[in-house]
Each structure stands twice: as C-alpha cells, then as structure tokens.
Design a protein around this ligand. Structure first.
Ligand code: NAD
Ligand code: KPL
Length: 306
C-alpha cells in the first residue's frame, strides 16, 4: 500500500531530524518552509543534512512554501510553541478532511490552541526527549537519544502509521496519558531551566542550590495535584535530581536560547503553569516569583518575555 505523504512544517532541529529519518527509510516527505526566499535557499543547498554519530548525509527532500496548494493529509508541526498557532492557521485551509496533525511542541498551551483551530483534524500530541541542534542552515545534528511519547487527548486508538516511525528508527511509544507526560516534562523543565538561566549555570551546578530546587519541586508537586495531574507529580523531586545529575555537563534548552539571544518558550512553561495554578485556585508563590525574576532577566537582556 502507498504511504501517506508526511508534510513537515519547520525545517529546524526536530523537524529536520524527523524529516531526514523518515526520508532515509524511503517514506515520502515534504518540507514546508515559510516563504519563497527560504525555499530558494533550501534548494540551493540541495537538501537537508543529518549528522548522526559522526556521519553526515544529505537527503534531497522536496520542499514547498506554506502557500503551496497541495492538500495535507498528515502534518508534523515542528516549530516552536510560540509559532505553532499562527503557522497552522496559515495552512489550515490545506488540511484534507480527516487529516492528522502531530504537535511536537514543548510545554503546554500551544497544543490546545492549535487543536481548537483545526477541529476537523485529529491532533496528536508528542512529548519528545530527543535532542537535536542546527550546525548550519538546513543541517541538523542528532545530539541525544531519547523517546517520543505520542497520544491523543481524546483517547482514540493508536494510529496504524506508528509502524512507519519504527521503520524510520524513530523511538516512540503510544500513551493513553499524553497530557500527564506533557505535564511531567513541563514540571521538569520548570524545576531546572529557569534556575539555570538565573544562576547562569550548567544543569549540574544546580546541585549547589539543592534547597531551592527542593522547595520548587515541593510546590510543583502540590500544583500538579491541585490541577488534577497527580500522576505527573509522582516522584518528581527524585527525577529532577536524576536529570540534573545525568545532564550535569549540559546547558538547559532555555539557557541556550537566552545565551544565543533567542526567544524562549517561557509562556508555554512557567507562564502556562502559573496561569493554570491560578485558574484552579492553587497557591504557587515560588513559581510566580521565579516567573517574575525570569521575565525581569529576559527584559534586561532585551529578549521577549512572552
Ligand atoms: P527550531 O527553532 O530549531 O526549529 C523550528 C523551525 O520552525 C525553524 O526552522 C523556523 O524557521 C520554523 N518555522 C517557524 N514558523 C514557521 C512557519 N510559519 N512556517 C514554516 N516554518 C516555520 O526549533 P526546535 O529546536 O526544532 O524545537 C521545536 C519544538 O520542539 C520546540 O517546542 C522545542 O521546545 C521542542 N523540542 C526541541 C528539542 C531539541 O532538541 N531541539 C527537544 C525536545 C523538544
Ligand atoms: O529538557 C530539558 C531542557 O533542557 O529543556 C532538560 C534537560 C530536562 C532540563 O530541563
């Protein structure tokens, strides 16, 4: 049977990583780029390059712009959380009836916004712990093995095309509790990332701030429970300590965004959490204070604080 075409919006780190692996497995892929200028730059490069375990390979994956008329049956949205709603709004008219939309964004908030925009499509949320970065335009380095948890907030059964991910060597697992997964990752990111920015340090250096991390974890556990995600709270403090130790030499993704002068996803991490806590009437003084300090820090650096 002929495979459905994978449209991938966003030829950045994770979009490139998914596109290259799907193409390498012989699956049909189209990249969706912002505009003609990006398309020209991409075509001039001759494709998308993936570096994995020291091997570089270029895949001549065809690309198109957002305005291409081709209908979309399966879409992977691989832009940042703050770009997702606007990007999907632009291509929503191209979605075929019954289309599937995979949302790869970190944090929470953007997924619900996109799902509300495209109610005719099946939205699948993905929580990824894989690591990738761009070493140049249209060139991606696979930097960290991890997993992709996929699930459907409406609890529908797993799609048959998970086989294609297996064929492409994309580590994945279907879960009926994707929201708990996303809340758990959100909590981990909120416990670690803002503190690394404010202390200007690698993840491992947070071991010197164990008291702050512990107090934050206690409050995160209380907020998760109060917001109805008790499962995502179980053993949080231990996992935060484990991640800090396992990634001791690394800089968190938020630290890297700030140090490279890029916009952060704060509104979909700490911002989402503080607003959810308020909506549920949960006390979150430490998280609110942390958010205020982070916003102030971003403003001082001249970076967007939303
Ligand atoms: P990225 O900035 O490397 O790539 C995003 C790409 O989307 C960019 O190329 C950008 O130009 C493109 N884009 C934005 N708006 C667009 C539009 N309207 N049309 C077409 N293209 C558009 O980002 P990333 O690191 O791949 O992150 C994507 C998401 O995955 C984020 O939410 C991030 O937190 C999450 N994530 C990333 C990693 C990682 O290792 N990179 C790991 C886990 C989760
Ligand atoms: O996901 C991360 C990130 O840097 O964004 C970890 C390593 C878990 C730190 O929060």
């Amino acid at each position: 049977m002929k495979s459905t075409l994978w449209h991938i919006l966003g030829a950045g780190s994770l979009g490139g990583l998914w596109a290259a692996r799907l193409a390498r497995a012989g699956l049909p892929v189209r990249l969706i780029l912002r505009h003609e200028e990006r398309l020209k730059a991409y075509n001039a490069k001759g494709g998308l390059t993936l570096s994995e375990q020291g091997q570089r390979q270029t895949f001549p994956i065809p690309a198109q712009t957002l305005d291409d008329p081709q209908p979309i049956v399966r879409l992977l949205v691989a832009c940042k959380a703050y770009d997702a709603e606007r990007a999907v709004a632009r291509i929503a008219p191209r979605l075929a009836p019954g289309a599937e939309v995979l949302l790869l964004q970190n944090g929470l908030g953007s997924q619900e916004a996109v799902a509300a925009l495209v109610s005719q499509a099946r939205c699948i949320f993905v929580s990824s712990t894989e690591g990738a970065f761009r070493d140049e335009d249209f060139s991606v380095v696979f930097a960290g093995q991890g997993a992709n948890w996929l699930g459907d907030a409406q609890q529908r059964p797993a799609p048959v095309w998970l086989d294609e991910l297996a064929a492409a060597g994309i580590a994945h697992q279907w879960t009926p509790n994707i929201l708990d997964r996303l809340w758990r990752k959100l909590a981990l990111n909120c416990a670690i990332n803002p503190l690394t920015v404010l202390h200007d340090c690698r993840n491992g250096e947070l071991q010197a701030h164990a008291g702050d991390v512990g107090a934050l974890c206690d409050e995160l556990v209380a907020v998760l429970k109060c917001c109805g995600h008790a499962q995502a709270a179980a053993g949080l403090h231990e996992e935060v300590n484990r991640v800090i130790a396992a990634t001791a030499a690394n800089y968190s993704s938020m630290y890297q965004d700030v140090s490279e002068g890029r916009r952060t996803e704060i509104s979909y991490l700490l911002g989402y959490l503080c607003i959810a806590a308020e909506r549920h009437g949960c006390q979150a003084p430490l998280l609110n204070r942390l958010r205020e300090r982070l916003i102030k820090h971003l403003k001082v650096k001249g970076l967007p604080s939303d």
